[in-house]
Design a protein around this ligand. Structure first.
Ligand code: ATP
Ligand code: MG
Length: 912
């Protein structure tokens, strides 16, 4: 029996023998393509060839592409677990002809590989060809229809015609397209999973498990133009895709892809971790959870390896959704703690041979997954309760729909992606009010958008619909690399009403000036937009940010003096901040290089901020950097600054830059011409010698020496697996160090020791302080018991009137707290007591009185008592009947006050 690896290798070798070049899979996270969230077919990386934008390097190519079908046009997420052959992540094996062979060879070779090399019974195979489409005026693929029985052994009656949906392939609404031929296998009537659907008949593309598609051969021969017509291409292409997991299942004679060696090790690991057993049944809740988890962990591992990180938008949110779905299914297997991260090594073992990058980044990937799991785990159980309550309400409602507000609350507060709520609803035969959900979502988005955009004049104009991007003039802005000031002309400005070039610029309000040429750098690639002034004899405009829309540079700010209108000749002068920005930008490149030296090549940039005051660099790394690592990074950067190396910038074709190994930002879109910033090369001819080469459009120092120093001021985590370093250079670093040194000087003055011994001194002080605090505490405890003893003595020798103790006296404590405790103790001990205690502290008098409840009932009151005697000590006070306090300023009269108190109490008791 062939292993999955042998099947994959067999496919590749078969086509290599037929003159094909092996090309590695492109990353699941497409570099350079904003139109696509994840690679979902083998053709993605060759798109530019079909579009005629690049020349192929080889005419025949074979590959195994990592595909993720979880979003957009191809989304199989819902299907996973419910059938045996749709996955979120799968491998698509493909052979390609770029203007070389065409239908006959493609058909013949596919058949040869399936039936002769792999020995699949030809009688079980069916194929489909395009029947044509009248509406589209596209003809049937009669070539393919006649070729199949001619170049293979398949009988004509098993070559079926199919419609546009299954047999015509298009990349988008316009562009290259063509008919396709699918190869299906008959797995036998037992495999039908729709037997109980009334009227169901097993047919090709009928959606039951009996016939499944193994391989699709696409023949790209047309271009659909803008008016929707199909125009034959001058070149013909073949693009095929065969699902590895499905072929492996057929060749290993398994009923399900999950029973093959691509999945069984993962399922085994899930069994081990959870203690549950997998029985490979389709309509079984437990088995379903097994399938979903083992499918999703493959997707997560592969996508995170290729640079995706869980987040709240775009790609990151898709990853988060997959993880949360899997975590919820984990609950079905009794898993309440993070567990999926433990499966990463197993996935790396299963797929690491084919895709080495998984092994290299496995540790990082498990850290990210674990922390995401832990995060969601905190709200998941509570979320499930909230869902249960919402589901019960829906159950009782007429239309069996879960409220949109409930779904939104689950999303917003408990982190439940909508599709997770829908999935859970579906399990109970309920629906979710997605209209209401969308409405609430939109409201929230709008709120945050307004918050995020306020202030930007261009954003306001764009939002109001009054600014049309395509109509904006282009600015020549290459001067930003060579100079800080240049002469130019105002060609217009942007205000809330859109783009203007008539009349005058309004003074004092926010607008964006557009010049014919500028040396201002517009915010891009992490580098902030420049500040500065635009001036002439007529006026002065303060620029506080520069941005770019398409090729138009917008100088945002206010007219501070005079008047400006379109046509005015002006001078554009960038602020001195630019110097700090350059230093920070070159230092950012050095930092990235140094990080890769110290902690390894797996460091990938996740973002950066280069401003005049500091620089910030975000990168992937699973844990905090140690002090030693940080020191090493600083040291490496400083060495490069000290050796004063040249910085060279060169513009070149993208392919050339890639050949040089220049680092590009993951997911960033670059044009055909790119700018490369290299450190350590004398000139453009020696870029190979440079130790740091990055795709970068920013402004830089000429030499590293200009950076003038480097210090990391902070290292922190900003999300799972992503660290952030903040650092200083140049004058800002000097300022920072000066401030620190002043603080040290001041401290050494205050503490009266030289700076060198400050730390010792402070440590000693802290120690002493701790000791003193301890002593103080035990002293006060001692004093506390002294006070109690004193009070007790007062009780022992006090006067008794009937059964009431009249306790009057002075305490030697100075703590009100202790005196209060003493009164409480006396009241408790004496059962019936009228207490008045006094003490002096630093020229002040404190009087405290207490009455037990029986006396209060008889009309005695501590509050009234202290109020009456406080004036004797030149003071005042009061309180409740049970307990009261007063202060005074004449300690000499304490005895008088106590005597008076005695009289009052006696009198009250006599009259009670
Ligand atoms: P299906 O109709 O079965 O969903 P498809 O028409 O979406 O397949 P294509 O887009 O033509 O398939 O992809 C080419 C091949 O990739 C298919 O023939 C199949 O073998 C495989 N494939 C497609 N989707 C998946 C998936 N979700 N999981 C596993 N393999 C898949
Ligand atoms: Mg499909």
């Amino acid at each position: 029996m062939l292993s999955a690896k042998q099947v994959r290798d067999g496919f590749i070798d078969f086509f290599k023998d037929k003159g094909h070049e092996f090309v590695p899979s492109s990353p699941i996270v497409p570099i350079d393509d904003e139109t696509l969230l994840f690679a979902n077919a083998g053709m993605n990386q060759f798109k530019d060839i079909f579009l005629g934008l690049t020349q192929p390097q080889h005419r025949r190519v074979v590959n195994s592409q990592k595909c993720l079908r979880v979003s957009g046009k191809h989304n199989d997420l819902e299907q996973v677990g419910k059938d045996t052959y749709h996955h979120t992540f799968f491998e698509m094996l493909g052979n390609w002809s770029f203007d070389d062979y065409f239908k006959a060879e493609a058909i013949q070779w596919a058949w040869e590989l399936l039936t002769e090399v792999w020995g699949i019974d030809p009688n079980r195979l069916w194929t489909t060809v395009f029947q044509g489409d009248a509406e589209d005026s596209s003809p049937p693929d009669s070539d393919a229809k006649s070729l199949w029985p001619k170049v293979t052994s398949i009988p004509d009656e098993r070559v079926l015609f199919g419609g546009k949906k299954d047999n015509f392939w298009e990349m988008g609404n316009i562009g290259p397209c063509g008919p396709c031929s699918e190869i299906h296998i008959d797995l036998g009537p037992d495999m039908c999973n729709k037997k109980d659907v009334p009227g169901h008949k097993c047919v090709i593309n009928g959606g039951c498990g009996r016939f499944i598609e193994l391989w699709n051969l696409v023949f790209i021969q047309y271009n659909r133009n803008e008016s929707g017509e199909l125009v034959p291409l001058s070149a013909n292409y073949v693009d095929t895709g065969a699902g590895l997991e499905r072929i492996v299942a057929v060749l290993q004679k398994k009923k399900s892809n999950y029973d093959t060696d691509l999945f069984m090790p993962i399922i085994g690991a899930v069994e081990e971790i959870t203690g549950y057993e997998y029985s490979s049944e389709l309509n079984n809740r437990i088995d379903n959870a097994f399938r979903v988890i083992s499918d999703h962990i493959r997707s997560l591992t592969l996508a995170i390896t290729d640079g995706a990180t869980p987040s709240n938008e775009g790609r990151g949110y898709v990853i988060r959704r997959i993880l949360r779905r899997a975590a919820r299914f984990g609950r079905e297997l009794g898993m309440h703690e993070p567990f999926m991260y433990k499966l990463v090594p197993t996935v790396a073992n299963c797929l690491g041979d084919a895709f080495g990058e998984i092994k290299a980044r496995a540790d990082y990937v498990s850290t990210v997954i674990e922390s995401e799991e832990a995060n969601f785990g905190r709200t998941l159980d509570r979320g499930i309760e909230i869902f249960d309550a919402a589901a019960r309400r829906a159950q009782k409602s007429k239309d069996k729909v879960i409220d949109g507000e409930d779904a939104f609350q689950l999303y917003d507060t408990y982190g439940f992606p909508l599709d997770l709520t829908q999935l859970m609803a579906e399990e109970r035969k309920l629906k979710v009010d997605t209209d209401k959900f969308d409405e609430l979502m939109e409201e929230q988005r709008e709120r945050s958008r307004i918050v995020g955009l306020s202030g930007s004049i261009t954003a306001k104009a764009l939002l109001s619909g009054k600014l049309t991007v395509t109509k904006l003039p282009a600015t020549e802005d290459l001067h930003k690399y060579s100079t800080d000031s240049c002469d130019s002309k105002i060609i217009g400005w942007i205000e809330t009403e859109g783009f203007k070039n008539q009349g005058r610029i309004k003074a004092g309000v926010d607008i964006g000036i557009v010049l014919d040429r500028t040396c201002f750098y517009a915010e891009a690639g992490g580098q902030v937009g420049d500040c500065g002034v635009i001036e002439s004899d007529r006026g002065r405009f303060i620029v506080d940010n520069t941005t770019k829309i398409a090729n138009c540079v917008i100088h945002q700010g206010r007219l501070a003096e005079g008047a400006f209108s379109a046509g005015d000749k002006v001078r554009a002068i960038v602020s001195k901040d630019r110097e700090g920005i350059k230093k920070n930008h070159t230092a950012t490149h050095l930092l990235q290089w140094a990080l890769r030296q110290v902690i390894g090549e797996s460091v990938t940039q996740q973002g950066s901020l280069v401003g005049p005051d500091y620089l910030r660099f975000d990168f992937t790394y699973p844990k905090a950097l140690s002090n030693k690592q940080l020191k090493e990074v600083e040291q490496s950067v400083r060495e490069k600054i000290a050796t004063d190396l040249p910085v060279t910038c060169a513009v070149m074709p993208k392919s050339e830059a890639e050949k040089l190994g220049a680092m590009a930002l993951f997911g960033e879109k670059y044009g055909n011409e790119v700018r490369v910033v290299a450190i350590g090369a004398e000139d453009k001819g020696q870029l190979k010698e440079a130790f740091s080469r990055e795709f970068c459009g920013g402004t830089h120092c000429h030499n590293t020496g200009q950076i003038g120093g480097f210090k990391i001021t902070k290292e922190e985590s900003i999300s799972a697996g992503v660290r952030r370093i903040t650092a200083l250079t140049g004058e800002k670093l000097t300022e920072f160090l000066e401030q620190r040194s002043e603080i040290v000087d001041e401290l050494s003055e205050v503490l009266k020791v030289p700076a060198e011994t400050l730390v010792d001194r402070v440590e000693k002080l802290i120690k002493e302080n701790k000791k003193l605090a301890k002593e103080l505490k035990s002293a006060s405890r001692r004093r506390g018991s002294d006070t109690m003893a004193e009070a007790k003595k007062l009780l022992d020798k006090c006067e008794k009137i009937d059964r009431t103790s009249v306790i009057i006296g002075r305490l030697s404590t100075t703590s009100v707290e202790q005196a209060r405790t003493a009164i409480d103790m006396l009241k408790k001990k004496a059962k019936s007591a009228a207490v008045i205690l006094a003490f002096a502290d630093n020229g002040k008098v404190i009087l405290l009185a207490g009455m037990t409840d029986d006396l209060v009932k008889k009309g005695l009151s501590a509050g009234v008592l202290v109020k009456a005697i406080a004036p004797i000590v030149d003071g005042g006070g009061g309180g409740r009947a049970q307990m009261a306090e007063a202060g005074g300023k004449n300690p000499e009269k304490i005895d008088d006050a106590l005597t008076k108190a005695h009289e009052i109490i006696k009198e009250k008791l006599a009259n009670a």
